[in-house]
Design a protein around this ligand. Sequence first.
Ligand SMILES: Cc1cc2nc3c(=O)[nH]c(=O)nc-3n(C[C@H](O)[C@H](O)[C@H](O)COP(=O)(O)OP(=O)(O)OC[C@H]3O[C@@H](n4cnc5c(N)ncnc54)[C@H](O)[C@@H]3O)c2cc1C
Length: 503
Amino acid sequence: MKILISGGGLAGLTLAYWLDKYGFTPVVIEQSNGLRRDGYGIDFFGSGYDVAERMGLIEPLQARPIKAEYVGYVNEDGNLIAKLDIALMRKIMDGRYLPLMHRTLEETLYQAIADKVEVRFGCSLTAITQTPDTVTATFDDGRREAFDLLIGADGIHSRTRSLVFGPESEFAHYLGYYVACYSLPDHYHIGRAWQNYTEPGRQVGAYCSDRAGELITLFMWEAPDEGHVPRAERLPRLRTAFDGMGWITPQLLADAPDESIFMDTVTQIKMTQWHNGRVALVGDACGCMTLISGQGASMALGGAYILAEALRQNEDYAAAFRVYQNQVRPEIEARQTKARDFAKAFVPGSELGLKVQKVIMKLLLRDAFKGVLRQQFSGDSILRRALKRLPASRGASLGYVVNGKLRDADYRTLSLDVADALAMHDEVNLLLQIESLQGIEWQALWDDARFGREYGGSIQKLAVVGDQRWSDWLAKSARPFYARQSRHFPENELDTAWAWLRK
Ligand SMILES: Cc1cc2nc3c(=O)[nH]c(=O)nc-3n(C[C@H](O)[C@H](O)[C@H](O)COP(=O)(O)OP(=O)(O)OC[C@H]3O[C@@H](n4cnc5c(N)ncnc54)[C@H](O)[C@@H]3O)c2cc1C
């Protein structure tokens, strides 16, 4: 199967790696003429870390981390108010955390596919047409080429999305901020640190990169949505927005490069449907969460991995797209909600908000609050979810392994899968293979009751497989609220359970 991937960023390159590994023929097109050399720093953990580990990339990434030893918050004179040690951050994430330059991650992913996958730089799409059997891409040099599938991994301003799903304005949710960054030599003695200074409605950060003597700046400020800012207008815009700002801001702005400034709105992309015919989206293109979530890169890798897995496990590409969307969209939406709620605390709009932020930071950024911080970063990997769909799921019979603590997103996936199956069948059969059930989160308890109320009448058979004492009890208590018939099967009778369901 020949699959065109539009966008050679984090999601596109990861997807290309796994599709190639699973025997597909991916072709990547990337609008830039080569790998990007500029960029910004990212916190890399959770799903992204897990995927990079499965690709054998942790060692090369560990060799090139951002060199900062702490993230500090300073006052106008540059004195530290609060700090988060990178060592604590690593502890919060059980050692599975890397501060990286975005370009370093991209380069490492590219090296993992360079001699296996065709990557066409300086190439982008101008049109897409679909028939029941193919999707035909027209490129900007006028050439046309047919593929089996097309995946849009072309970022927040995705061309694939606008060609197939509709204009960006239909899906964009502006969070009220602009962001900008650029690199320059560290003449400011920031050293091995990531320092931030905040005034109401605006924040400046400066941090060392993974290259000796290089400093990266990060500006974020409240502003009305005026859309894309042309390159020539970026520096004047930045100087106006940060006029009179304390700390080293005037020097950073005086030394800024004229042209190579990254600037964009802080905007989330929300779509209920991530696929249309033979075209699907992945990464920021369908689920941008913004830098405030600190997880766009991680989820780009995670989403790409799950999409490749779904295509491997489902011969029918449409089924694969549904499985992928049902698994990843609830996770993205949960992180989007958190990021939106957190935005105001990230750059407070008033003096009072700033004071509250300082108190909270002084209190929270300590070892004792590891658990709270971990929850705040939502660092759970989507590869380690408590509910995993079994590849043997087909048609009206859906099966899942339960291993861990069930969360809201697990119930959302289950509900979406069942709703999809019910769109094609009158009734659904469910199999739950209980390996270990380590509880249900509060929100998920409510989801559990709601799931029973909504779908219980449509679930014909429920098979509970497993040797835990839970399993038998679950099968008995499921009738009639969750299913009309239910049976318990010992762990070694998985095939019998499937056969009973499908009879
Ligand atoms: C300042 C900043 C800080 C961030 N910090 C973090 C962080 O700490 N942690 C984190 O996890 N995430 C962070 N993110 C978010 C993260 O960088 C993104 O979510 C992630 O890069 C998304 O990956 P992607 O592959 O979907 O898109 P991208 O990485 O944007 O890749 C898209 C690719 O598609 C290419 N492309 C675009 N249009 C076309 C076209 N028409 N044809 C062909 N190619 C095209 C682009 O050139 C690019 O290479 C941050 C983002 C910003 C801006």
